[in-house]
Design a protein around this ligand. Structure first.
Ligand code: DLZ
Length: 164
């Protein structure tokens, strides 16, 4: 999937919003890039004191995202990297994480930022990690998406006009 056609991600003021980042630990260098990108977005959107929670692998992202949503976090950014190996394990972990995070969003109403990289090799992952020389910054993008979505959900729930 290419990033061509990606939306305008102009920062909005989210200083009162409860925001958490849940991040897996596999593939440290790529994860460092994703976390740094998320941090840049949190700063740009003026998020105060976001919670950062680490989990062992991407498979564990949904259950912890669910617990965070139950604790009242409005926006939860899930970050992970899964790199294809020689076994079907890749497909199982990707599907479990993707389906699980989707379910958390629909079941709890929290805005979930989908920052899970699913790549054929480390080179592809590094190119999306927001590091020097990367062509994409998926940690930033997933955080921006979660914050914009949480803001929209707030307006809908408070009965405000949602146009404009
Ligand atoms: C087992 C595993 C493998 C093979 N690869 C990855 C990966 O590329 N990225 C990732 O985030 N996690 C991986 N895991 C770990 C699983 O997500 C999970 O943590 C373990 O299966 C333990 O439940």
């Amino acid at each position: 999937m290419s990033s061509e056609g990606s939306p305008d991600a102009t920062p909005i003021d989210c200083h009162e919003m409860r925001v958490a980042v849940v991040a897996a630990c596999w593939h440290e260098k790529v994860m460092d890039g994703l976390l740094a990108g998320a941090g840049r977005a949190l700063d740009d959107f003026k998020v105060e004191a976001p919670s950062i929670v680490r989990v062992p692998g991407s498979f564990e992202l949904p259950v912890v995202a669910s617990a965070l949503a139950e604790k009242g976090y409005e926006a939860i950014v899930a970050l992970g990297v899964v790199i294809r190996g020689g076994t079907p394990h890749f497909d199982y972990v990707c599907r479990a994480a993707t389906d699980g995070l989707t379910r958390v969003g629909l079941d709890t109403g929290a805005a979930i930022g989908f920052g899970l990289l699913t790549c054929d090799n480390e080179e592809q992952a590094l190119d999306r990690a927001g590091l020097q020389g990367s062509s994409e910054d998926k940690g930033y993008d997933a955080t921006s998406a979660a914050l914009h979505t949480a803001s929209t959900l707030r307006r809908i729930r408070r009965g405000y006009e949602i146009d404009g």
